[in-house]
Design a protein around this ligand. Structure first.
Ligand code: TXA
Ligand code: MG
Length: 341
Protein backbone atom coordinates (compact mmCIF):
# COMPACT_ATOMS: atom_id res chain seq x y z
CA UNK A 1 0.00 0.00 0.00
CA UNK A 2 1.32 3.48 -0.78
CA UNK A 3 1.57 5.93 2.12
CA UNK A 4 -1.87 6.96 3.38
CA UNK A 5 -2.95 10.56 2.97
CA UNK A 6 -3.04 12.54 6.18
CA UNK A 7 -6.02 14.88 6.09
CA UNK A 8 -6.89 17.78 8.37
CA UNK A 9 -10.20 17.76 10.22
CA UNK A 10 -13.13 18.88 8.05
CA UNK A 11 -16.66 17.63 7.34
CA UNK A 12 -15.43 16.27 3.99
CA UNK A 13 -12.55 14.42 5.65
CA UNK A 14 -14.95 12.82 8.15
CA UNK A 15 -17.32 11.77 5.36
CA UNK A 16 -14.46 10.19 3.42
CA UNK A 17 -13.14 8.43 6.53
CA UNK A 18 -16.61 7.07 7.31
CA UNK A 19 -16.97 5.81 3.74
CA UNK A 20 -13.67 3.95 4.09
CA UNK A 21 -14.76 2.38 7.41
CA UNK A 22 -18.11 1.27 5.96
CA UNK A 23 -16.26 -0.27 3.00
CA UNK A 24 -14.10 -2.35 5.37
CA UNK A 25 -10.98 -0.14 5.22
CA UNK A 26 -8.83 1.22 8.04
CA UNK A 27 -8.69 4.80 9.28
CA UNK A 28 -6.35 6.17 11.93
CA UNK A 29 -8.17 8.79 13.97
CA UNK A 30 -7.47 10.94 17.03
CA UNK A 31 -9.07 10.40 20.40
CA UNK A 32 -8.38 12.37 23.57
CA UNK A 33 -6.04 9.56 24.76
CA UNK A 34 -4.01 8.32 21.77
CA UNK A 35 -4.63 7.80 18.04
CA UNK A 36 -6.64 4.69 17.22
CA UNK A 37 -6.45 2.37 14.23
CA UNK A 38 -10.13 2.03 13.42
CA UNK A 39 -12.22 -0.43 11.48
CA UNK A 40 -15.88 -1.46 11.34
CA UNK A 41 -16.44 -3.42 14.56
CA UNK A 42 -18.91 -5.69 12.75
CA UNK A 43 -16.54 -6.62 9.90
CA UNK A 44 -14.26 -9.63 10.52
CA UNK A 45 -12.06 -8.74 7.57
CA UNK A 46 -11.52 -5.17 8.73
CA UNK A 47 -10.62 -6.47 12.20
CA UNK A 48 -8.18 -9.01 10.78
CA UNK A 49 -6.60 -6.19 8.77
CA UNK A 50 -6.11 -4.22 12.02
CA UNK A 51 -4.20 -7.13 13.60
CA UNK A 52 -2.13 -7.55 10.42
CA UNK A 53 -1.29 -3.83 10.20
CA UNK A 54 -0.07 -3.79 13.80
CA UNK A 55 1.76 -7.11 13.54
CA UNK A 56 -0.06 -7.98 16.70
CA UNK A 57 1.08 -11.47 17.71
CA UNK A 58 -2.15 -12.30 19.56
CA UNK A 59 -5.80 -11.66 18.97
CA UNK A 60 -6.16 -9.43 21.96
CA UNK A 61 -9.72 -8.14 22.06
CA UNK A 62 -10.24 -4.58 20.82
CA UNK A 63 -12.08 -1.66 22.34
CA UNK A 64 -15.33 -0.79 20.55
CA UNK A 65 -15.70 2.96 20.33
CA UNK A 66 -19.19 4.46 20.46
CA UNK A 67 -20.45 8.04 20.31
CA UNK A 68 -23.19 7.72 22.95
CA UNK A 69 -24.19 5.51 25.86
CA UNK A 70 -27.25 4.26 23.93
CA UNK A 71 -24.92 2.81 21.32
CA UNK A 72 -23.10 0.93 24.06
CA UNK A 73 -26.45 -0.48 25.21
CA UNK A 74 -26.91 -1.97 21.74
CA UNK A 75 -23.79 -4.12 22.06
CA UNK A 76 -23.34 -4.60 25.83
CA UNK A 77 -25.44 -5.24 28.93
CA UNK A 78 -25.31 -2.11 31.06
CA UNK A 79 -25.58 -2.85 34.78
CA UNK A 80 -26.34 -0.13 37.36
CA UNK A 81 -22.65 0.41 38.21
CA UNK A 82 -21.89 0.63 34.49
CA UNK A 83 -24.59 3.26 34.01
CA UNK A 84 -23.30 5.26 36.98
CA UNK A 85 -19.73 5.27 35.65
CA UNK A 86 -20.92 6.13 32.14
CA UNK A 87 -23.07 9.02 33.40
CA UNK A 88 -20.08 10.50 35.23
CA UNK A 89 -17.12 9.71 32.92
CA UNK A 90 -18.36 9.48 29.33
CA UNK A 91 -17.33 10.76 26.96
CA UNK A 92 -13.84 10.29 28.33
CA UNK A 93 -10.85 8.00 28.85
CA UNK A 94 -12.74 5.18 30.57
CA UNK A 95 -13.22 1.76 28.95
CA UNK A 96 -15.70 -0.67 30.49
CA UNK A 97 -15.56 -4.43 29.96
CA UNK A 98 -19.18 -5.59 29.98
CA UNK A 99 -21.17 -8.69 29.07
CA UNK A 100 -21.64 -8.73 25.32
CA UNK A 101 -25.31 -8.39 24.35
CA UNK A 102 -26.79 -11.46 22.70
CA UNK A 103 -26.85 -11.01 18.96
CA UNK A 104 -24.74 -7.84 19.14
CA UNK A 105 -23.63 -6.91 15.63
CA UNK A 106 -19.94 -7.30 16.43
CA UNK A 107 -17.16 -9.28 14.81
CA UNK A 108 -16.18 -12.26 16.97
CA UNK A 109 -12.57 -11.42 16.18
CA UNK A 110 -12.99 -7.89 17.59
CA UNK A 111 -13.88 -9.41 20.96
CA UNK A 112 -11.45 -12.34 20.53
CA UNK A 113 -14.35 -14.77 20.76
CA UNK A 114 -15.29 -13.62 24.28
CA UNK A 115 -18.66 -13.14 25.86
CA UNK A 116 -17.58 -9.68 27.00
CA UNK A 117 -16.90 -6.50 25.10
CA UNK A 118 -14.77 -3.47 25.98
CA UNK A 119 -16.60 -0.22 25.19
CA UNK A 120 -15.71 3.42 25.40
CA UNK A 121 -17.00 6.77 24.19
CA UNK A 122 -14.00 8.96 23.34
CA UNK A 123 -14.07 12.65 24.25
CA UNK A 124 -12.90 13.99 20.91
CA UNK A 125 -15.13 15.80 18.43
CA UNK A 126 -13.47 14.20 15.41
CA UNK A 127 -13.73 10.67 16.83
CA UNK A 128 -17.38 11.17 17.72
CA UNK A 129 -18.20 12.64 14.31
CA UNK A 130 -16.48 9.70 12.63
CA UNK A 131 -18.32 7.07 14.69
CA UNK A 132 -21.66 8.76 14.01
CA UNK A 133 -20.96 9.08 10.28
CA UNK A 134 -19.78 5.47 10.05
CA UNK A 135 -23.13 4.43 11.55
CA UNK A 136 -21.85 1.93 14.13
CA UNK A 137 -19.14 1.13 16.63
CA UNK A 138 -15.53 1.44 15.51
CA UNK A 139 -13.09 -1.13 16.87
CA UNK A 140 -9.69 0.42 17.44
CA UNK A 141 -6.48 -0.44 19.22
CA UNK A 142 -3.79 2.22 19.54
CA UNK A 143 -2.45 3.06 16.07
CA UNK A 144 1.11 1.82 16.60
CA UNK A 145 2.97 -1.26 15.49
CA UNK A 146 3.07 -3.91 18.14
CA UNK A 147 5.86 -3.35 20.64
CA UNK A 148 6.16 0.39 19.95
CA UNK A 149 4.71 3.37 21.78
CA UNK A 150 1.15 4.56 21.29
CA UNK A 151 0.97 7.53 18.91
CA UNK A 152 -0.22 10.92 20.11
CA UNK A 153 0.13 12.82 16.82
CA UNK A 154 -0.83 12.09 13.21
CA UNK A 155 2.88 12.22 12.33
CA UNK A 156 3.57 9.35 14.78
CA UNK A 157 0.91 7.30 13.05
CA UNK A 158 2.25 8.11 9.58
CA UNK A 159 5.76 7.09 10.65
CA UNK A 160 4.64 3.74 12.06
CA UNK A 161 1.64 2.68 10.00
CA UNK A 162 1.52 5.12 7.10
CA UNK A 163 1.72 2.36 4.51
CA UNK A 164 -0.85 0.18 6.30
CA UNK A 165 -3.91 2.41 6.66
CA UNK A 166 -6.19 3.96 4.07
CA UNK A 167 -6.43 7.38 5.69
CA UNK A 168 -5.04 9.28 8.67
CA UNK A 169 -7.33 11.91 10.19
CA UNK A 170 -5.22 14.65 11.74
CA UNK A 171 -6.75 16.11 14.88
CA UNK A 172 -3.54 17.54 16.31
CA UNK A 173 -1.84 16.21 19.44
CA UNK A 174 -3.92 14.09 21.85
CA UNK A 175 -4.99 15.91 24.99
CA UNK A 176 -4.55 13.03 27.47
CA UNK A 177 -1.70 11.25 25.73
CA UNK A 178 -2.09 8.02 27.70
CA UNK A 179 -4.54 5.22 27.06
CA UNK A 180 -7.92 4.88 28.74
CA UNK A 181 -8.44 3.29 32.14
CA UNK A 182 -10.00 -0.16 31.72
CA UNK A 183 -12.41 -1.50 34.33
CA UNK A 184 -13.93 -4.95 34.04
CA UNK A 185 -17.53 -4.94 35.27
CA UNK A 186 -18.41 -8.35 33.88
CA UNK A 187 -17.47 -10.30 37.02
CA UNK A 188 -18.75 -10.31 40.59
CA UNK A 189 -16.55 -7.34 41.58
CA UNK A 190 -15.21 -4.42 39.54
CA UNK A 191 -11.62 -5.02 38.52
CA UNK A 192 -9.00 -2.61 37.22
CA UNK A 193 -7.44 -4.16 34.10
CA UNK A 194 -5.38 -1.12 33.11
CA UNK A 195 -4.72 2.18 34.85
CA UNK A 196 -5.13 5.08 32.44
CA UNK A 197 -6.63 8.48 31.73
CA UNK A 198 -9.17 8.44 34.58
CA UNK A 199 -7.61 7.95 38.04
CA UNK A 200 -8.96 4.90 39.82
CA UNK A 201 -9.76 7.01 42.91
CA UNK A 202 -12.22 9.05 40.86
CA UNK A 203 -13.86 5.84 39.67
CA UNK A 204 -14.06 4.40 43.18
CA UNK A 205 -15.82 7.54 44.39
CA UNK A 206 -18.66 6.57 42.05
CA UNK A 207 -18.49 2.77 41.89
CA UNK A 208 -17.00 1.77 45.25
CA UNK A 209 -13.85 -0.35 45.61
CA UNK A 210 -12.21 -1.58 42.42
CA UNK A 211 -9.80 -4.50 42.80
CA UNK A 212 -6.51 -4.27 40.96
CA UNK A 213 -6.09 -7.24 38.61
CA UNK A 214 -2.38 -7.19 39.41
CA UNK A 215 -1.16 -6.31 42.92
CA UNK A 216 1.64 -3.76 43.44
CA UNK A 217 4.15 -6.58 44.07
CA UNK A 218 3.36 -7.88 40.60
CA UNK A 219 1.44 -10.92 41.79
CA UNK A 220 -1.71 -11.65 39.86
CA UNK A 221 -4.77 -11.21 42.06
CA UNK A 222 -7.17 -12.73 39.61
CA UNK A 223 -5.47 -15.57 37.78
CA UNK A 224 -8.77 -16.80 36.43
CA UNK A 225 -9.36 -13.46 34.75
CA UNK A 226 -5.86 -13.03 33.41
CA UNK A 227 -5.71 -16.45 31.86
CA UNK A 228 -9.09 -16.27 30.25
CA UNK A 229 -9.15 -17.02 26.58
CA UNK A 230 -11.64 -18.33 24.13
CA UNK A 231 -11.85 -22.10 23.87
CA UNK A 232 -14.47 -24.27 22.24
CA UNK A 233 -16.11 -26.97 24.37
CA UNK A 234 -14.66 -29.74 22.20
CA UNK A 235 -10.97 -30.58 22.37
CA UNK A 236 -8.73 -29.42 19.56
CA UNK A 237 -6.14 -31.44 17.67
CA UNK A 238 -3.61 -29.11 16.09
CA UNK A 239 -1.36 -29.55 13.05
CA UNK A 240 -3.79 -32.15 11.77
CA UNK A 241 -3.04 -33.51 8.32
CA UNK A 242 -6.23 -35.52 7.97
CA UNK A 243 -9.73 -35.89 9.37
CA UNK A 244 -10.11 -38.80 11.79
CA UNK A 245 -13.29 -40.54 12.84
CA UNK A 246 -15.63 -38.30 14.84
CA UNK A 247 -13.63 -35.17 14.13
CA UNK A 248 -14.59 -31.94 12.49
CA UNK A 249 -11.80 -30.87 10.14
CA UNK A 250 -10.88 -27.22 9.84
CA UNK A 251 -8.62 -26.81 6.84
CA UNK A 252 -6.21 -24.08 5.79
CA UNK A 253 -5.16 -23.68 2.18
CA UNK A 254 -6.10 -25.83 -0.79
CA UNK A 255 -8.06 -28.87 0.45
CA UNK A 256 -10.51 -31.38 -0.91
CA UNK A 257 -13.93 -29.99 0.04
CA UNK A 258 -15.15 -33.52 0.82
CA UNK A 259 -12.34 -33.96 3.37
CA UNK A 260 -12.88 -30.75 5.30
CA UNK A 261 -15.84 -29.34 7.18
CA UNK A 262 -14.76 -25.73 6.93
CA UNK A 263 -11.72 -23.97 5.49
CA UNK A 264 -10.09 -21.02 7.24
CA UNK A 265 -8.89 -19.84 3.84
CA UNK A 266 -8.83 -22.02 0.75
CA UNK A 267 -6.48 -19.48 -0.82
CA UNK A 268 -4.09 -19.80 2.13
CA UNK A 269 -4.60 -16.13 2.99
CA UNK A 270 -3.74 -15.45 6.65
CA UNK A 271 -5.89 -12.32 6.96
CA UNK A 272 -8.89 -14.26 5.66
CA UNK A 273 -8.09 -17.12 8.06
CA UNK A 274 -7.84 -14.71 10.99
CA UNK A 275 -11.17 -13.18 10.07
CA UNK A 276 -12.79 -16.63 10.02
CA UNK A 277 -11.06 -18.24 13.00
CA UNK A 278 -13.41 -17.67 15.93
CA UNK A 279 -16.60 -17.94 13.92
CA UNK A 280 -15.48 -21.26 12.37
CA UNK A 281 -14.34 -22.75 15.68
CA UNK A 282 -17.75 -21.89 17.12
CA UNK A 283 -19.53 -23.33 14.09
CA UNK A 284 -17.69 -26.65 14.46
CA UNK A 285 -18.16 -26.82 18.23
CA UNK A 286 -21.41 -28.77 17.97
CA UNK A 287 -23.10 -32.14 18.31
CA UNK A 288 -21.93 -34.76 15.86
CA UNK A 289 -18.26 -33.95 16.40
CA UNK A 290 -16.17 -35.19 19.32
CA UNK A 291 -13.12 -33.09 18.48
CA UNK A 292 -11.98 -30.31 16.15
CA UNK A 293 -8.89 -31.06 14.07
CA UNK A 294 -7.15 -28.01 12.68
CA UNK A 295 -4.72 -28.08 9.76
CA UNK A 296 -1.28 -26.49 10.24
CA UNK A 297 -1.14 -22.73 9.81
CA UNK A 298 2.23 -21.15 8.93
CA UNK A 299 3.97 -19.51 11.89
CA UNK A 300 4.50 -16.13 10.20
CA UNK A 301 2.72 -12.78 10.19
CA UNK A 302 -0.90 -13.17 11.31
CA UNK A 303 -0.27 -16.92 11.41
CA UNK A 304 1.57 -16.38 14.71
CA UNK A 305 -1.56 -14.82 16.20
CA UNK A 306 -3.76 -17.58 14.79
CA UNK A 307 -1.47 -20.28 16.22
CA UNK A 308 -1.27 -18.48 19.56
CA UNK A 309 -5.05 -18.58 19.88
CA UNK A 310 -5.24 -22.18 18.67
CA UNK A 311 -2.61 -23.29 21.21
CA UNK A 312 -4.39 -21.46 24.02
CA UNK A 313 -7.69 -22.99 23.01
CA UNK A 314 -6.09 -26.45 22.85
CA UNK A 315 -4.54 -25.98 26.30
CA UNK A 316 -7.78 -24.72 27.86
CA UNK A 317 -8.65 -28.00 29.56
CA UNK A 318 -5.44 -27.87 31.53
CA UNK A 319 -6.02 -24.23 32.49
CA UNK A 320 -9.54 -25.00 33.63
CA UNK A 321 -8.21 -27.39 36.26
CA UNK A 322 -7.23 -24.41 38.37
CA UNK A 323 -9.82 -22.07 37.03
CA UNK A 324 -12.83 -23.71 38.60
CA UNK A 325 -14.89 -20.55 38.63
CA UNK A 326 -15.62 -21.02 34.95
CA UNK A 327 -16.79 -24.32 33.50
CA UNK A 328 -14.59 -26.46 31.30
CA UNK A 329 -16.08 -25.03 28.15
CA UNK A 330 -16.39 -21.46 29.38
CA UNK A 331 -14.87 -18.90 27.10
CA UNK A 332 -12.05 -17.09 28.70
CA UNK A 333 -9.49 -14.19 27.87
CA UNK A 334 -6.00 -13.12 28.08
CA UNK A 335 -6.18 -9.41 28.67
CA UNK A 336 -2.43 -9.03 28.52
CA UNK A 337 -1.23 -5.68 27.34
CA UNK A 338 -2.02 -4.79 23.81
CA UNK A 339 1.54 -4.93 22.71
CA UNK A 340 3.02 -7.74 24.73
CA UNK A 341 4.79 -9.79 22.07
O1 TXA B 1 -7.22 4.95 25.06
C1 TXA B 1 -7.43 3.84 24.57
O2 TXA B 1 -8.01 2.96 25.20
C2 TXA B 1 -6.95 3.62 23.14
C3 TXA B 1 -7.76 4.53 22.20
C4 TXA B 1 -7.47 4.28 20.75
O3 TXA B 1 -9.13 4.36 22.47
N1 TXA B 1 -7.10 2.24 22.76
C5 TXA B 1 -6.30 1.26 23.25
O4 TXA B 1 -6.58 0.02 22.72
O5 TXA B 1 -5.43 1.45 24.05
P1 TXA B 1 -5.57 -1.22 22.86
O6 TXA B 1 -6.08 -2.27 21.92
O7 TXA B 1 -4.20 -0.74 22.61
O8 TXA B 1 -5.76 -1.72 24.33
C6 TXA B 1 -7.00 -2.31 24.68
C7 TXA B 1 -6.84 -3.23 25.85
C8 TXA B 1 -6.08 -4.51 25.52
O9 TXA B 1 -5.10 -4.72 26.50
C9 TXA B 1 -7.14 -5.60 25.60
O10 TXA B 1 -6.61 -6.80 26.12
C10 TXA B 1 -8.16 -5.00 26.53
O11 TXA B 1 -8.17 -3.64 26.23
N2 TXA B 1 -9.50 -5.55 26.27
C11 TXA B 1 -10.28 -5.34 25.19
N3 TXA B 1 -11.41 -6.05 25.25
C12 TXA B 1 -11.37 -6.75 26.41
C13 TXA B 1 -12.24 -7.69 27.04
N4 TXA B 1 -13.40 -8.05 26.48
N5 TXA B 1 -11.85 -8.20 28.23
C14 TXA B 1 -10.68 -7.83 28.80
N6 TXA B 1 -9.80 -6.96 28.25
C15 TXA B 1 -10.13 -6.42 27.06
MG1 MG C 1 -2.09 -0.31 22.51
Amino acid sequence: MSPAPTVAASPDAVREAARIIRAGGLVAFPTETVYGLGGDAANDHAIAAIFAAKNRPRFNPLICHVAEAEEAAAIAELSEPARALIARFWPGPLTLVLPRRNGAPLSLLATAGLDTVAVRAPDHALARALITAAGGPIAAPSANRSGLLSPTTAAHVAAGLGDRVDLILDGGPCRVGLESTIVDLSGPRPMLLRPGGVPVEALEAVAGPIDPAVATDGSVRAPGMLSRHYAPGRPLRLDAREKRSGEAFLAFGPADAAECDLNLSAAGDLAEAAANLFAMLRALDRDGFSRIAVAPVPEAGLGRAINDRLRRAAAAEEADDWNDERGPSAPCVLPDDDDTP
